[in-house]
Design a binder for this molecule. Structure first.
Ligand code: SF4
Length: 400
């Protein structure tokens, strides 16, 4: 696996009631200017990349369940992920213009995975065909539920029927790798609602399903409703039953759990997201995007206007973040890798930090193994099924 490119599109038609992602509703006026600024940033960033890159190391899957670390300098970007916000809230020519600029300016492999996030309420046949002919290989649909009542209750702009139709149109357009996001633990959601949504996602043939438990985030409509005592969430018992259902049913339907919240048919794991969890460098472009590059972390301005002004003034918008201490880097490395079913490759930890995991985490690992939350296999330390459920306890043991 080479490195990744993330592109952030910070626009949505309307803010969903649970969402605190950096995105703006009602800023159609800024879309053209933003797309132009983004293309300028792509050009600026591309000039700073020597290809093959002289930095760091590159991780290459060896196809045998393990991986091989090779000196870098071999590769171009192997994944591009356009997320948001709602990339497809942009008029199609603006989005395809951004994709073409990436292709033209950035060193990207021929066989790269190109993902675009799609809101089913924003696309039609022509839009999806346009993305396919631009070389997009994978679409990630934010569906969240197939219940119209729930979709209205959480502020989505689309109906269940629009989601079905969008997936069908994507197939017709030629896409063979479709992902679908669902949420459980929604206000008023029953186990039956969830069952129906999971069954429908599978029946539509999605190759990949991400399923997240609802989190109440500050500043959202749901957080306000909660404060006012107006939000009725499933109780602990029901939330537990939902979690149990998801983790049993999806594997039964052929979706392997390769990360805490992600399930895929074999071979359809998100290569881009695997990169985040496996310490692979990435370049973030667009407002609020983060980069992890040559061991440094950078962040672009989150505010739309601040981002556009920075790029228009010809400066690189990505500000260097304070370098993380060695301890923090160790913690992050472990937290991210532990999210995956494979877990932490102990040898990769030793290579990166020059010491064994045992020398740092011996007691914590022993405690978690004793409780049945962690296990070790073929040089990897990974969460057990129980550990995936109580991940936060385990992560606590990796804090230094
Ligand atoms: S469409 Fe996605 S990014 Fe936009 S408000 Fe809804 S959940 Fe957030």
């Amino acid at each position: 696996m080479g490195w990744g490119i993330y592109v952030h599109i910070p626009f949505c038609r309307r803010k969903c009631f649970y969402c605190d992602f950096p995105s703006y509703a009602g800023r159609e006026d800024a879309m053209e200017r933003y797309a132009h600024a983004l293309c300028c940033e792509i050009e600026i960033a591309a000039q700073g990349i020597t290809c093959p890159p002289p930095w760091g190391r590159e991780i290459i899957a060896d196809g045998g369940g393990g991986r091989t670390l090779l000196p870098s300098g071999r590769g171009k970007a192997s994944t591009v992920y356009v997320g948001g916000g709602t990339p497809t809230a942009l008029p199609q020519p603006l989005l395809t213009g951004i994709l073409h600029t990436l292709k033209e300016k950035m060193p990207i492999r021929e066989d790269a995975e190109w993902t675009v996030e799609v809101n089913p309420g924003t696309v039609d046949r022509a839009y999806l065909e346009g993305l396919f002919s631009c070389g997009v290989t994978r679409l990630s649909f934010g569906v969240q539920s197939f219940s119209d009542t729930l979709l209205r209750r959480i502020g989505r702009i689309h109906t269940a029927q629009q989601a079905r139709e969008a997936l069908r149109l994507a197939r017709d357009a030629g896409f063979r790798n479709l992902s679908l996001d669902l949420i459980y633990g929604l206000p008023g959601q029953t186990l039956r609602d969830l069952r129906e949504s999971v069954a429908e996602a599978a029946a539509l043939g999605a190759e990949h399903i991400s399923i997240y438990g609802l989190q109440l985030e500050e500043g959202t409509v749901f957080a306000r409703q909660q404060e006012q005592g107006r939000l009725e969430l499933p109780d602990e018992e029901l939330a537990d039953a939902m979690y149990g259902y998801i983790t049993e049913e999806l594997p039964r339907l052929g979706y392997l759990r390769y990360e805490i919240s992600n399930f895929a048919k074999p071979g359809y794991e998100s290569r881009h997201n695997l990169g985040y969890w496996q310490d692979v460098p990435y370049l973030g472009l667009g407002a609020a995007a983060h980069s992890y590059w040559q061991g440094e972390r950078r962040a672009n301005p989150a505010a739309l206007d601040a981002y556009m002004e920075a790029v228009e003034s010809g400066t690189r918008p990505a500000a260097l973040e304070e370098p993380a201490t060695r301890e923090i880097r160790m913690e992050e490395f472990c937290f991210l890798a532990l999210r995956t079913a494979k877990g932490i490759e102990k040898e990769a930890f030793r290579e990166k930090f020059g010491c064994t995991m045992k020398s740092i985490y011996q007691d914590g690992i022993a405690r978690m193994k004793e409780k049945g939350l962690l296990a070790e296999e073929n040089g990897y330390l990974h969460l057990t099924a129980l550990g995936m459920k109580y991940g936060n306890w385990v992560f606590g043991e990796f804090l230094l």
